[in-house]
Design a protein around this ligand. Sequence first.
Ligand code: GLC
Ligand code: CA
Length: 557
Amino acid sequence: MTSQKDKFWWKKAIGYQIYPISFFDSNDDGIGDIRGIIQKIDYIKYLGVDLIWLNPVYRSPKIDNGYDISNFQEIDPDFGTLEDLKELIELLHQNGIHLIMDLVINHTSDQHPWFIQALQSKDNKYHDYYHWVDGDANHLPNDWENWSGDFEWTFVPHLKQWYFHIFNSKMPDLNWENPKLRDEIISMIKWWLEFGIDGFRLDAISHIKKMPFDNLMADVPSDKDKWSVHTNVNGFKDFLELIKNVFSQYPIFTVGEASGVSSSLAQIWTGEQGYFNSIFELEHNIHDETDLNGRPIGNRFQFKNIIDRWQTDTRSFGWMSPYLSNHDNPRALQTWGDNKSSKSAKALATILLSLQGTPFVYFGDEIGIPSFNFQSIEEINDPEAHIKYDSLITKGENPQDALSEIGVWNRDQGRSPMQWNSDKNAGFTKGTPYFKVNPSYKKVNVEQQIKQNDSTLNYYKKLIALRKKNSALNDGEYYGIESNDQNIFAFIRKAKDKTTLTLVNLSENQNKFVLPEKILNFNWHPLINNFIGNLKIEKKISLNPWNAIILESDDYE
Ligand code: GLC
Ligand code: CA
């Protein structure tokens, strides 16, 4: 926003992630679009958030829902036009709301004109915009494989060359070693900033530099991540500096998707001297735990400890963007809540909105949409899930078991359309929705929750308003509090004149929190509680299942 004077406006902002394809369909073709967001600005204002992160709306064949871009400076016709986007930005700005977009510069779509040209011949001027290794179809250039277990190379017979791709074979990686490519990216970034957006979320930014391809994953020492061959590789800081030089000329907000970055390194990556204003850590969404049936589950205890460490490490230096789930994960309500109750949705909200940093709410979490439960593999769009499913079938697993393994933890679980009302298709579209609407919409929807005073939505609204006006929740430093019960997440936010204490019982059991002596010596009064009734502040505070409370003190030291 041009009228914005304060360079650090984002420190007070509350973010809202919109996955546009699933937000609101304005022309009934079944696909959410930019004009759909325009029609819902009043809702965004009602919620009270003031910073939107819009997932990709660029021109794209949508193999990976828009992260495979075929033109960086055009809007995909499914989503609308550049004029629509301009209008959206103007309307948001008139309401004091900023908008950031995804910046996807690790790769393009294979339909990008650069790649189409690059395929023509080895001496085409765009050939070096990508990574190539000479060879024959029977010998992969190296043993690098990605998170889905796929090799990261595809052979092009007429060139007798392999090209490199960390993600899908239809998403070739850009060659950042080439200065011409870097220049193109820099001018594209400037073009968008001049267009009037307020910053970027930097997609897969940790991967823009690769080790020389003769390094093998098999040789990576066992105490290191095998993906270190293309994650935060020495020398990539030079690339980040280049981008940062452009960013620093604008009063914008940037948040990096910081794969492989440790909480201690977050201080260097972010803050006033960092590459970005802020980062999203990926650690709390790692799901290597399984339940009794061998299905992946989120571990609440681990979640609490991971968040606590990131907050502690960035208390005085650096700046985080806390979030629960996003478009790459099942919904938080499934992972750390009970996947159904409004109480557990509110408990999670209380944690998110009282942490330090610039928090982001994932669309739909504010009404407590549960994770999607898939009945067949055909219902899943995500290519990552299909690759995993196919490999289970190849290993001899029967389709039902393979589906139940994939079905409980995949990226599409949190991507179902927004639930606006109890009409057909949850009011998301009057056409045929591109993705099945979550059957919960009859009960869980915006229209109903606006009317209901104690709804999840109105609780979010209250929390957001509270964070805006409370100096401790807004600016305070984070101090974790050790708790007697591993399911209780307890922490303090301390500003000069005010302190808050957040207590959340992340379990379906009644629990008692033993208040540390030091805290007991001061005066506390409740600011918000997801249960009705008077809270007694005493040595042992009794917490109901999923109880979440924020207390405030003016004299705490
Ligand atoms: C990021 C995005 C994810 C995408 C990937 C490749 O991780 O969040 O959705 O598939 O990058 O662009
Ligand atoms: Ca549409």
